[in-house]
Design a binder for this molecule. Structure first.
Ligand code: GLN
Ligand code: ZN
Length: 758
């Protein structure tokens, strides 16, 4: 009998229960007990769902109130001292590390003021983890509550046997960083200190009754330095033989040496991404969990294809040694397709969300075991065929236009120095020009009115008036505090990708397809189902209106082709390059329309460009960088020299070399948590102008003017004043007005202090 296994289930709840309760807890409207109760209900619901679907191996400890990596830092006591001195309860320490905490003093509490830890993209996904942050004084120990044990017991009490999942020690350390007081510390050197804690934890899980533990070492799909590769043997010899060493999102073959003699119970590999690795990993001579149901996308699994891979695995290692699994945790997929009532049934038949994937895993496992699965295989083959043959996916006009792309179409009229001279003459901006990244607080009022409009309770005219009023508020505020390059605030946009997807042809949408991006922030990625084109202008009206209110330059605001591609569920029948170039052409029309309408500073956001970078160096990576840059330039090269093209990047370890080829005039990057002077230096060599983000927009915390001054001063030690823009890390939409007002005022005043000094 071949078993079925799911590496993790989305924790957010079918109706975003987790978001609602955590935000309400943060707002002081819900008690801790209530928060914990909802968490417990969500776990119970998910376990039962999997049990009922017939999944044999169900994960526990896949739940988290914020982020599973952050949970480990709390559990292992990797808590920088600044979070421990207030005697907060564990869950509040967790949230403080995740999102910062600022509280005025009261009779019973001293004032609290801590920034959040750094947040980074999880491999090549749009999920963000909170980076473990270590210093010389980090003392690992097992803190209570011991969440993995508690949750294992919780499932057991429901009569459900689970397999706990833990991020393994090498990945946990390697994905971490040194704190600013310990920059010489190499996290991997802490392995001897953390192993005993892992051992203690595993012993407790065994004591509770766990017979196997899924231990994730996803760093095995990266290019690992020798001193990291060599640690696996040492670590896993100590940890015990009941572990399933799990990797996903890529190819382990280049690191096979590191794991070929590990005394583990078995391995899991992602055979959706890299089916070719089966041959090599079968030679490890251990039981194999084969990931054949995609944990990262929403297309129905092609049963026949998946079964073939599983059968080939059975041939190689024997039926008793194969488990059919999701490729990764299902965290990256929406919860339930059944709740999508508005989807065109023809298209809906092509999709499978987390709940549907449970059935896929079970069905494939049964089929390869020779059990009866009814007509499920036939029905699946029919859906796959219908999609392959559908005319919805192809648009000959778009395909024809793609052939017109060449070097000159994707190149600005002149090189940067000439453009800069023309832009200087046109805008005459001061040194340290100030701007923001685009969005302003998405208030309750905005959400209410958007909803009303969607439901037809207010007319298009009324809605437009409302949006215009919001734009005016944002413009007046920016003028008042003296920002130099203004934005309209994006009140009309629910989300920076969805908003464009909704106006482009070739997309499908969900009403409830939320996926966690970080903490309580979820996104609802549109789905690219066919060739993409722009039927009409998408943003011109709002930008023109905003510009009409002010003499200061108004930035047009677009989401770039790579980001629209990456933050949608992409097609799997056409390459990423083709989809990006189609998006590039659609956006080119928009950029040109904006320019024609007098909007001549235009920001094209590409925050997802780094996350799309293939995980390993090599040809695939350089190819990606080439087409990513080309699609951006296709979008932005149709304008005059004097039109200033901005771009923006955030929450990843951006390498300036990755973005040079975009040839944007000004880029802004998230930077407030980057402490390494070498990193700043790398950016000083970037030829065009850069705004190094000065404050963390994920945190409600307000930086003082002095803090901004100090930070600018520090950056100026390595970064030249004449290329220095001043801006926050990212858009402000998740923040509230009071903190935005104060933070931005402090930021602008700090920038003004430096003018005249350089
Ligand atoms: N312009 C977008 C905003 O300000 C950019 C967001 C992002 O980078 N994620 O919200
Ligand atoms: Zn950003």
């Amino acid at each position: 009998m071949v078993k079925s296994s799911v590496l993790g289930f989305p924790r957010i709840g079918g109706q975003r229960e987790l978001k609602k309760i955590t935000e309400s807890y943060w707002g002081g409207k819900t008690s801790k007990e209530e928060l914990l109760k909802v968490g417990k209900e969500l776990r119970e619901h998910n376990w039962k769902l999997q049990k009922e679907a017939g999944v044999d191996i169900i994960a526990s400890n896949d739940f988290s109130y914020y982020d599973q990596v952050l949970d480990l830092s709390l559990l292992f006591n990797a808590i920088p001292e600044r979070y421990t001195k207030y005697n907060l309860e564990p869950i509040d320490v967790l949230f403080a590390m995740g999102r910062g905490l600022q509280r005025k003093a009261t009779d019973s509490h001293p004032a609290i003021d801590v920034t959040a830890l750094e947040m980074v993209k999880w491999f090549d996904s749009n999920y963000h983890y909170v980076r473990p942050t270590f210093s010389h004084s980090t003392e690992f120990k097992l803190n209570t509550p011991i969440k993995p044990v508690d949750e294992y017991n919780e499932a057991k009490a429901l009569g459900i046997e689970t397999r706990p999942v833990l991020l393994g020690p090498i990945s946990y350390l390697y994905l971490g960083k040194a704190d600013k007081d310990s920059l010489d510390l190499e996290p991997i050197s802490l392995l001897p200190k953390i192993l005993p804690i892992y051992k203690e934890l595993l012993a407790k899980l065994r004591e509770a009754g766990a017979t196997q533990v899924q231990i994730d070492e996803p760093v095995l799909v990266l290019d690992l330095p020798e001193n990291v590769q060599s640690k696996f043997q040492q670590a896993y010899e100590e940890l015990g033989e009941d572990l399933i060493l799990t990797t996903y999102f890529g190819d382990v073959r280049p690191n096979l040496k590191a794991i070929e003699n590990l005394p583990v119970a078995g391995f899991h590999f992602d055979l959706v991404r890299v089916p070719e690795q089966l041959d090599a990993v079968a030679k490890l001579g251990k039981p194999l969990s084969v990931g054949v149901v995609d944990g990262r996308n929403i297309w129905k699994t092609d049963f026949a294809k998946a079964a073939k891979i599983v059968e080939s695995a059975i041939e190689k290692v024997g039926e008793g040694n194969v488990v059919v699994a999701t490729s990764s945790s299902l965290l990256h997929t929406p919860v339930d397709l059944d709740s999508e009532e508005k989807l065109d049934p023809v298209i809906k038949d092509w999709f499978s969300f987390a709940k549907q994937k449970l059935d896929e895993v079970v069905t494939i496992a049964k089929r390869v075991s020779g059990e009866d699965v009814g007509d499920k295989f036939e029905a699946n083959a029919k859906s796959i065929k219908a999609r392959n043959e559908s005319s919805i996916t192809t648009n000959p006009k778009v395909q024809e236009r793609l052939t017109t792309i060449n070097e000159s179409l994707a190149t600005r009229k002149s090189a940067f120095p000439e453009r800069l001279a023309e832009q200087k003459a046109k805008y005459n901006l001061p040194l340290f020009p100030t701007t923001t990244i685009g969005s302003f607080p998405q208030t309750k009022d905005i959400r209410i009115n958007r909803n009303k409009f969607a439901k037809g309770q207010i007319s298009a005219e009324e809605y437009e008036q409302f949006i215009n009023k919001e734009i005016e508020t944002v413009v007046r505020f920016q003028e008042e505090i003296g920002l130099d390059v203004l934005v309209h605030g994006e009140p009309e946009r629910n989300d920076m990708v969805q908003y464009f997807g909704e106006q482009l042809d070739g997309f499908a949408f969900t009403t409830n397809g939320w996926v966690q991006s970080y903490g309580s922030r979820y996104v609802r990625p549109p789905i690219i189902v066919g060739d993409v084109s722009r039927p009409k202008a998408m943003t011109v009206k709002e930008s023109v209106y905003a510009q009409s209110l002010t003499k200061s330059p108004m930035k047009g605001m677009l989401t770039g082709p790579v980001t629209i591609l990456r933050w949608s569920f992409p097609r799997d029948d056409v390459s990423g390059k083709i989809q990006a170039l189609q998006l590039g052409l659609a956006l080119r029309d928009e950029v040109n329309d904006l320019e024609k309408a007098g909007i001549t500073v235009i920001q094209v956001d590409e925050p997802a460009i780094r996350e799309g970078l293939p995980l390993r160096a090599g040809k695939e990576r350089s190819d990606y960088l080439n087409w990513a840059a080309q699609s951006f330039r296709v979008a932005t090269s149709g304008v005059e020299n004097s039109t200033q093209i901005h771009s923006h990047f955030c929450y990843s370890d951006l390498d300036p070399n990755h973005i040079k080829a975009l040839d944007a005039d000004v880029v802004s990057i998230e930077f407030s948590k980057k402490d390494d002077p070498n990193y700043i230096r790398e950016f000083s060599e970037y030829p065009n102008h850069i705004g190094l983000g000065l404050f963390d927009i994920h945190s409600p915390r307000i930086p003082s003017k002095q803090e901004f001054v100090d930070r600018i001063q520090e950056i100026l030690k390595v970064y030249p004043a004449d290329k220095f823009w001043v801006n926050p890390d990212c858009g402000l939409k998740t923040r509230g007005w009071p903190e935005v007002k104060e933070s931005l005022t402090n930021m602008v005043n700090a920038a003004k202090d430096f003018r005249g000094k350089y």
